[in-house]
Design a protein around this ligand. Structure first.
Ligand SMILES: NC(=O)c1ccc[n+]([C@@H]2O[C@H](COP(=O)([O-])OP(=O)(O)OC[C@H]3O[C@@H](n4cnc5c(N)ncnc54)[C@H](O)[C@@H]3O)[C@@H](O)[C@H]2O)c1
Ligand SMILES: [Fe+2]
Length: 350
């Protein structure tokens, strides 16, 4: 779990104090800032000291193992040792920050550690500061990376942040569509966790709270307010805690295939899939569609219309490789339920 959590509007202003005890002589703090903030006021509020460095992270594409390896090598070459990495942005930047922190202290390539409990050594001090709410990346024990052969996280006890700063003010300017797609990641985490076979009281407690908050913000029928940003940030936290002790399910397993082949982003990819999986989550999908309608969001259709059979095969291989997700969703006999034919048919509808 994350050891230190600060929550509140304006909490970003405490960052200098928060990180001060973790500074090591001569070793800089590295601020990985989402490129969206380049030239915007947040960039000039970063508490730089000594040889600290701001790196604008281009998240046009979701994080890749090659990008993580390049950043870690660059930092090792430039500074030798660093005091810490502070990721400020959406799920992509937070994941980059976690992975770079780990690769400062682990040999080889980040691709070697995609899987469960493969990371050998703790990373350098790492801080996560979300500017979008929903992924739960701020609390999870994974960092999702696209590698040479798969899209899979570095899941380990060393992966969670040492500190997070939850300041809902930072999400204020997110465009309504992006806010919805990332927010739905949280809603879908709740549905997948609460209906999954891995469910337990820990996950249920957090999942139920996150689900309530998602309903309050996405089904209110009112204009979006600061209070909604406050609530969605806590929903993301609770939703992340919920899956920490269970798993995600069908929407994620299918959406990983889209993302691997087509580069479809996580939030929107989950929404594209969620639109078509009423068979597995009947109530969740009805409510999801209501949220889409009330918030006037467009969910793309027909993104697999022109794909070859070989491409469908690639997506299916990635998707069926996510065994824990399928087992959580459909039980131990999932392979008899989600056959390749069934999955091919589902991808065909997207
Ligand atoms: N580690 C985990 O547990 C976990 C869980 C779910 C998803 N993820 C990962 O998170 C990523 C998706 O994250 P996301 O949905 O937060 O989106 P994102 O981080 O990919 O960002 C989406 C877009 O929004 C922009 N953006 C960020 N903050 C903004 C703001 N305040 N205002 C305006 N624009 C802003 C970014 O520049 C980017 O263009 C994927 O890479 C996914 O794999 C990780
Ligand atoms: Fe997710």
């Amino acid at each position: 779990m994350v050891s230190y959590v600060v929550y509140g509007r304006g909490a970003f202003n405490q960052l200098d104090e928060i990180i001060a005890p973790h500074r090591k002589a001569g070793a800089p703090m590295i601020f990985l800032l989402d490129h969206f903030f380049e030239g915007r006021p947040l960039a000039s509020r970063i508490p730089l000291r000594g040889n600290d460095k701001v790196i604008f992270a281009d998240v046009t594409y979701e994080p890749k193992t090659t990008q993580v390896d390049a950043l870690a090598s660059q930092l090792k070459a430039e500074f030798g040792a660093i005091s810490g990495v502070i990721g400020i942005g959406g799920g992509s930047v937070m994941d980059l920050a976690k992975a770079v922190s780990l690769m400062m202290n682990n040999p080889g390539s980040s691709a070697d550690y995609q899987g469960w409990d493969l990371v050998k050594f703790p990373g350098v001090y790492k801080v996560g500061i979300p500017t979008l709410s929903g992924t739960g990346a701020e609390v999870s024990r994974t960092t999702v990376l696209t590698g040479p052969t798969r899209k899979l996280g570095m899941n380990s006890d060393f992966t969670p942040f040492d500190q997070i700063v939850l300041d809902p003010e930072l999400t204020k300017d997110a465009p309504a569509n992006q806010r919805f797609y990332t927010g739905m990641d949280c809603y879908i985490h709740c549905i997948e966790s609460l209906t999954g076979t891995y469910l337990n009281e820990f996950s249920k407690s957090y999942g139920a709270k996150a689900l309530d908050l998602c309903r309050e913000v996405f089904l209110s029928g009112k204009e979006w307010t600061n209070e909604d940003d406050d609530k969605l940030m806590m929903a993301s936290y609770a939703g992340g805690m919920s899956i920490a002790y269970s798993q995600v399910g069908v929407a994620h397993a299918v959406s990983y295939g889209l993302s691997y082949l087509l580069g479809t982003k996580h939030g929107i990819g989950n929404c594209i899939v969620m639109n078509h999986i009423g068979e597995y989550y009947p109530e969740g999908v009805v409510e999801f569609k209501k949220m889409v309608e009330q918030n006037h969001i467009d969910i793309p259709q027909g993104i697999c219309a022109n794909l070859s059979e070989e491409q469908f095969d690639t997506m299916m291989n990635v998707s069926l490789g996510m065994k824990p997700l399928w087992e959580n969703a459909l039980g131990k006999d999932w392979e008899a339920i989600m056959t390749r034919e069934k999955l091919r048919e589902l991808y065909g509808k997207l």
